[in-house]
Design a protein around this ligand. Sequence first.
Ligand SMILES: C[S@@+](CC[C@H](N)C(=O)[O-])C[C@H]1O[C@@H](n2cnc3c(N)ncnc32)[C@H](O)[C@@H]1O
Length: 163
Amino acid sequence: MEADIYALPDDLGRYDLVLITIGVLNWMPDLPRFFQIVRGLMSPGAFLVIYETHPMLEVFNPGSANPFVPENSYFDKTPVRIEEAITYDGSDGGAGETGYWFVHTLGEIVTACVQSGLRLQCLQEHPHLNREVEYAIYENQTAQMPLCYTLVAEAPCVPNTKA
Ligand SMILES: C[S@@+](CC[C@H](N)C(=O)[O-])C[C@H]1O[C@@H](n2cnc3c(N)ncnc32)[C@H](O)[C@@H]1O
């Protein structure tokens, strides 16, 4: 099923596993609401697994003349307007639909997750890359920054009545 997560149909049921992978959270303007909705779709004891790109990468622009010099503040809240089609192989996809990319810090992501009522089980940052190939220049560095992360959270066994 395909739908806007902020306007889901009623009665979708509850699930034992929610999986969010690469390139999802940055399309979400309202992270606390996003996690509340996810939480409401989870059965008691269900697991949420997130395998996402690391927000540190938003600080750098691999296409700039000095790609290792920080270009954006980690804390900048200005949505990034995207008008090009997104490709994953480094090719130019030309014009695409206009979209907005919202930058969330790791602290905001974890806080929104925990405040939804989920219990954080694990947050592991990884040195390997899981986003577009342009960002491969940041991998295998001596002074390595985190490039992606895995977060696991569990829905408590008390049924959620808030969502
Ligand atoms: C870059 S893709 C990531 C795809 C995912 N990693 C996968 O393997 O299927 C971003 C996804 O977020 C979805 N998305 C963006 N905004 C959304 C919204 N408001 N509600 C539901 N899905 C949304 C898009 O439809 C797209 O499937």
